[in-house]
Design a protein around this ligand. Sequence first.
Ligand code: 13P
Ligand code: SF4
Length: 316
Amino acid sequence: MNCDMNDLKDSILQLKREKNAIIMGHYYQRGEIQDVADYVGDSLALAQQAAKTDADIIVMCGVHFMGETAKVLCPDKKVLVPDMNAGCSLADSCPSDRFGEFVKAHPGYTVISYVNTTAAVKSLTDVVVTSSNARQIVDSFPKDEKIIFGPDRNLGSYINAMTGRDMLLWDGACHVHEQFSVEKIAKLKSEHPEALVLAHPECKDAVLKMADVIGSTAALLKYAVAHPEKVYIVATESGILHEMRKRCPDTLFIPAPPADSTCACNECGYMRLNTLEKLYDCLKNESPEITVDPDIALRAVRPIRRMLEISARLGL
Ligand code: 13P
Ligand code: SF4
């Protein structure tokens, strides 16, 4: 690391103290951002931390829906994101007007939405889930409950298979997790026969079938930390390798390759829009700031709080 980067980190930490701000970072953020964050976690943990922080400013180093979730939970706080263009292809695959029509066309259904959605979609939802609690929250409903699950078709069909349900699925997906190549993972497995495959449930079914462990970013990390003697092929956004390598310095972690070897498609371009420089600027200028329409926020907060309550009850 060069001196400029250290200076920048020091300036960020000083600004943060002066402004009583908290910096939160998702595991997919650039390593230098994770290193400067007060709290690094998966999307459930980031929402849980936002709900309980007493900071005046939350800087959400993640993507837009994570900032929106924090703002909906903390309407009186200033919520900043280093780059307002940090979106999410999965959230984009579920426009609120079309999702609203889908919900209207299926009266009597309980609507369960993944946290990777806009606040507008959450406002049409009964309970929000993340990859850390989706299975348990779905299972907290009676077996014959009619459920709409959106927007991730891969996570939805994985939960259907795990719980023996037949939830109606929205046809959305993440462009990063759909890219992993079964053939290339199989080749890596033949080169490293001892390796275990860790996969995020947003991956396609064919990849999940090869996985030894399926879980959220936090769950995959937890497994690796508990079993550092293994070798891992990691089928999720490659930013998670930063924390894995930090926590298990002697373990070999191999990022699962995308089908197209000419691109860095196992990196989420949206997550990588946030840089240390933009983090410094956003703290200094208190901009860009997340805003949510108050009517939407009022309706979106209920399913998010419901998720936090069920997760607390289940010890998640
Ligand atoms: P986690 O819920 O594991 O943090 O994943 C969020 C995400 O965006 C996955 O692509
Ligand atoms: Fe969205 Fe996929 Fe990026 Fe996660 S990795 S934030 S689901 S685009």
